[in-house]
Write a protein that binds this ligand. Sequence first.
Ligand code: UD1
Ligand code: PEP
Length: 434
Amino acid sequence: MEKIIVHGGNRLQGSVHIEGAKNAVLPILAASILAERDEMVLTNVPILSDVYTMNNVLKFLNLDVDFDEARNTVRLNAAKKLSTQAPFEYVSKMRASIVVMGPLLARYGHARVAMPGGCAIGSRPVDLHLKGFEALGATINQQDGYIEAKADQLVGTKIYLDFPSVGATQNIMIAATMAKGTTVIENVAREPEIVDLANVLNKMGAKVRGAGTETIRIDGVTALHGTTHHVVQDRIEAGTFMVAAALTQGDILVQDAISEHNKPLISKLEEMGAKVIDEDAGVRVIGPKVLTPTNVKTMPHPGFPTDMQPQMSVLQLAANGTSTLTETVFENRFMHLEELRRMNANFKIEGRTVVLYGPTSFNGAEVAATDLRAAAALVLAGLVANGYTQVTNLKYLDRGYYDFHKKLAALGAEIERVSVPAQEEIVLKTATKD
Ligand SMILES: CC(=O)N[C@H]1[C@@H](OP(=O)(O)OP(=O)(O)OC[C@H]2O[C@@H](n3ccc(=O)[nH]c3=O)[C@H](O)[C@@H]2O)O[C@H](CO)[C@@H](O)[C@@H]1O
Ligand SMILES: C=C(OP(=O)(O)O)C(=O)O
């Protein structure tokens, strides 16, 4: 096991490179299932455990997958006959594996995928994905922990999503690319990662219009082919470094950041007193001496992203007064706060809202990450804590951040990642069991 040890107090300064987006590359990798001819070549692919997991799912399905990490490039070949079953062993590692269902259903009229469970942030059902497949003419069976979808021919139709689910939008959009006729999906997710996926599908020969708006129209085609695509930048990684700058009275240029993708975050940073400057080379954030409290509510894009909520909570706790934070997307995304309490944070959770009492004089402590963004939030708190903070459960961090500690160190943080000796690991595991 490994842990990150950070000694707080340093002001972060410099510029930082941001990787391709995890949440864009995962569905794009899955969509490669539809490239029956020509290779798919994806560049700007981040080196993350989730990418390896998706690659393994695709290899299991019989795609040829080659990840050239030195070039951040994945080459995929889906020309062989593929399996249409993704077992629990794979899906249980990562919920996003469910997004192989849409392409398998489109190509073979069959997909059998283990039912993904919930996770630390919420129960996360997939009913909207299935409702979409059914509307396209598929029959759904749920048995023995598996979801099976079958269709002789998917047929275009009108689908209204009760909630603009990112995964459901992706799965249904991919399935509909090869449906007969036109599919109109309303109340869809509008995240930049949806737009990136639609762009790739169109390069593969699909006819998808309207991605980024509330309605997506898809005219079905009979076959798709491989293409080359540069994955969009990770707005959540970019946002995390913007928060790091605001938190440490720092001055960070987030290279090539697309401010349009981070509008709600940037507006909150400015409200809290940070200077945010759109430069040719990226977005520069300069942290204020004193952070002003602010209230935040997470919403589907273009609202404040839930994936920035834990990081934002650290900034609010550091602010000079009381802030509120309302989580509307996931029902259980405050677990990181209990760890932050161990670092001297003071807050009160009232249902989906938490009242955060700042300013917090964070104290270094041993804390354990409970999910991916919680891990980032704990490291951020460590950057401004008195003394040493030790963050464990780094498997979560590695799902979504490449070389996080090295990038922070290059910006001036006193931080290192170390292996925990076996004896200490037993003690830590026992301590974090519940
Ligand atoms: C790999 C990936 O891209 N993950 C992102 C994706 O997750 P994911 O695609 O799982 O998130 P969704 O947008 O689907 O989920 C949002 C909400 O809708 C609910 N829901 C979703 C589907 C469904 O069929 N029924 C249902 O009730 C979920 O339980 C949740 O409360 O979007 C989330 C919301 O921006 C982000 O936090 C995740 O980082
Ligand atoms: C919640 C996240 O990812 P996932 O949907 O893969 O769990 C995230 O990226 O913060």
